[in-house]
Design a protein around this ligand. Structure first.
Ligand code: NCD
Length: 321
């Protein structure tokens, strides 16, 4: 889809000052705009490195759970746009340890900064924060709920790698129960035509029924498997996830499923040459390091793309337009 300047300006204005909580907020035009703006951001970084679109704007990364890529790519995104960042990555050293509630912490941080990038261990935390925040909240992962900015960078990567999103067969593999990235990505894919989604997981880590229903109601063809072999040859995007150890009540259960799927060069022998392997990272055991040298392994490029997409989002929410 080629956007007119007018369409792009209208969509850009729509996101100014908005919270980004769930992928359900985006329609096809929004997505095309975000991907186009992310492309521009990539060019800015590759050619001049930084700009001043966010000059005078201060964001806060408020992270109640560990993060490498999401936190540092949001921080880098702000800085590359000429903005500044406060990092609260160790909430144990903040007043959270004194018993402060999320709404009060949000009120405090929101009174000093222009937007809050929030990661929290509870599903729904971003939505709760948005109720109390005087400034836009960007959901950087709410427990097993959603991870909308990750799903946007996943889409951006698919488009860059394969040149299109419509018509693809996307296989989501691993921990589909607790993996918030796949919860967001499956929903986001409903905006595209002719998508088929395969879910591959141990039975105990199946995609939640409410998501299968939502995606099915939107007209997407879906199939569930407990092995990858039957569908590796038809797959265009193989999206691998980590088994989310931190979400298990019973570690014996985690131990029983943690190595259920391990992608190796052998696994990929029947895959298409144009197939791509994505992973939100961090990886533990689920993709062997030998796969890294396969040109189809796109996960490190995907990681880099995260910064461009987060620049696009910060620009749309906070930037001068
Ligand atoms: C993911 C997350 O936090 O949900 N990581 C990320 O943001 N890239 C995936 C994971 O932790 O397994």
């Amino acid at each position: 889809m080629n956007l007119t300047e007018q369409q792009r300006a209208a969509i850009s204005a729509k996101w100014k000052g908005q919270h980004i909580l769930s992928v359900d907020q985006f329609n096809r035009l929004d997505l095309e705009t975000i991907l186009a703006v992310a492309d521009d951001m990539r060019v800015i970084v590759k050619t001049v490195g930084t700009c001043d679109l966010l000059k005078g704007k201060l964001t806060c990364n408020l992270f109640y759970e560990p993060s490498t890529r999401t936190s540092s790519s949001f921080a880098a995104a702000s800085e590359r746009l000429g903005g500044s960042v406060i990092l609260i990555n160790n909430v144990q050293f903040s007043s959270v340890t004194k018993g402060e509630t999320l709404p009060d912490t949000i009120r405090a941080v929101g009174s000093y900064t222009d937007a809050i990038v929030l990661r929290h261990y509870e599903k729904g935390a971003a939505e709760l924060a948005a109720k109390y925040s005087p400034k836009p909240i960007i959901n950087a992962g709410d427990g097993p709920g959603e991870h909308p900015t990750q799903a946007l960078l996943d889409l951006f990567t698919i488009k860059r790698e394969l040149g299109k999103i419509d018509g693809l067969t996307v296989t989501l593999l691993g921990d589909l129960k607790y993996g918030r990235t796949v919860h967001s990505l499956a929903r986001l894919l409903t905006n595209f035509e002719g998508i088929k989604i395969n879910y591959v997981s141990p039975d105990s880590l199946r995609m939640p029924d409410y998501l299968i229903k939502q995606v099915g109601d939107a007209g997407v063809e879906q199939h569930e498997y407990d092995a990858l072999e039957p569908i590796i040859a038809e797959t265009d995007i193989l999206y691998v996830t980590r088994v989310q150890k931190e979400r298990f009540d019973d570690l014996a259960h985690y131990e029983a499923v943690k190595d259920a799927f391990i992608i190796s060069p052998e696994t990929l022998k029947d895959a298409k040459q144009e197939m791509r392997v994505l992973h939100p990272l961090p990886r533990v055991n689920e993709i062997t390091m030998e796969v890294d040298d396969d040109p189809r392994a796109a996960y490190f490029r995907q990681m880099e793309n995260g910064m461009y997409v987060r620049m696009a989002l910060l620009y749309l929410v906070l930037g001068k337009q």
